[in-house]
Design a protein around this ligand. Structure first.
Ligand SMILES: C[S@@+](CC[C@H](N)C(=O)[O-])C[C@H]1O[C@@H](n2cnc3c(N)ncnc32)[C@H](O)[C@@H]1O
Length: 304
């Protein structure tokens, strides 16, 4: 038996499909069962599916993948796994991940597990669920992500709400193409309903009408917008200036955590009460914590 990579991102996909009660959630569970645990019944059932479809150019690769737990020195690639998953699960999120991998192959090994770990997916869906309790209806207006990274959360906003626009701002300019790539269906292919930008969010200033001007970009320039919701799930990476520079009354959803051990985390908190003391909201609609096994996430939704 080979020692396979863990492919933690498969746990994130499992979390996502289970939490949204996806019709193919149970079917999906058979895949990690087969390849990680070598479960003979899962392998058998999917093998029968392969036999039914007859010989194809992919038959050998799919057979190897199904038997990978038992094949010495065989390791399926992330792309093979995603392509195989697509046979059983019809979902836009998986399609987006697949096309993102095609475009940014080199990032797969580095980031797939980080982005789509169970903890990440759980935290993002937690925000959707609590926002659902706070917001009436689907309209969210203009959503702006602060420290948006690769903006994988955008998919959930478009799935669970109807934001008119969703913009992501991150200090790191290398994230712009990657975020735009991940969200291409809502961005480039849909009149830039989604767009990522590079800027330090601590330097963002609002005018008297509560508007901000987004940075120039080759494809969209000088947009002045009035955000409806500011979302920051990267608070642990930056100080609180961004929050206190927002107009009073601004609707905000933020997450931070107690993962002090991560050296990139410069501003963690120990509890949700510590977060509430750090980010002084004038009205709090929700505050709570979520155990992600590795660390606790804290979330506040309210008005600055
Ligand atoms: C590595 S991600 C972590 C994301 C977060 N834990 C989550 O689950 O969404 C943090 C991001 O914050 C960004 N960031 C840090 N300081 C920032 C700042 N002052 N302005 C904008 N983005 C910032 C980093 O560039 C990085 O992309």
């Amino acid at each position: 038996m080979t020692q396979l990579k863990n492919h933690h991102w498969l746990n994130g996909i499992d979390e996502y499909l289970t939490r949204i009660n996806h019709v193919h959630a149970e079917q999906f569970k058979q895949i990690p069962k087969a390849i990680h645990q070598g479960n003979i019944w899962s392998i058998r059932n999917m093998m029968l599916d392969l036999i039914k479809e007859g010989t194809k150019t992919t038959s050998k690769a799919n057979t190897n993948l199904l038997l990978s737990h038992y094949l010495p020195d065989y390791e399926p690639t992330e792309k093979q796994l995603l392509r195989f998953t697509h046979r059983y699960v019809d979902d836009g999120f998986l399609v987006d991940i697949y096309s993102w991998l095609e475009r940014h192959q080199h990032l797969a090994d580095l980031n797939l597990d980080d982005h789509f770990s169970r903890g990440q997916i759980k935290s993002k869906l937690w925000m959707m669920e609590e926002l659902r309790n706070v917001v009436s209806g689907n309209e969210l207006g203009i959503v702006v992500l602060y420290g948006g990274w690769y903006a994988t959360i955008a998919h959930f906003f478009f799935k669970f709400f109807s934001p008119s626009k969703l913009y992501s701002i991150d200090l790191d300019s290398t994230t712009v193409d990657i975020a735009d790539g991940f969200n291409i269906r809502h961005g480039e292919r849909n009149e830039w309903q989604f767009k990522a930008f590079a800027q330090d969010v601590n330097s963002i200033r609002y005018d008297k009408e509560g508007k901000l001007t987004l940075p120039n970009d080759d494809r969209l320039d000088n947009l002045t917008i009035k955000p409806t919701v500011i979302v920051n799930t990267s608070c642990e990476h930056m100080n609180e200036d961004w929050f206190y520079n927002l107009p009073d009354g601004q609707f905000v959803a933020l997450q931070t955590n107690d993962y002090f051990a991560n050296e990139q985390h410069t501003n963690c908190v120990n509890s949700v009460n510590e977060a509430l003391a750090k980010y002084k909201f004038s009205e709090v609609y929700f505050s709570g914590e979520l155990d992600t096994q590795l660390y606790n996430r804290f979330m506040i939704i309210g008005k600055k």
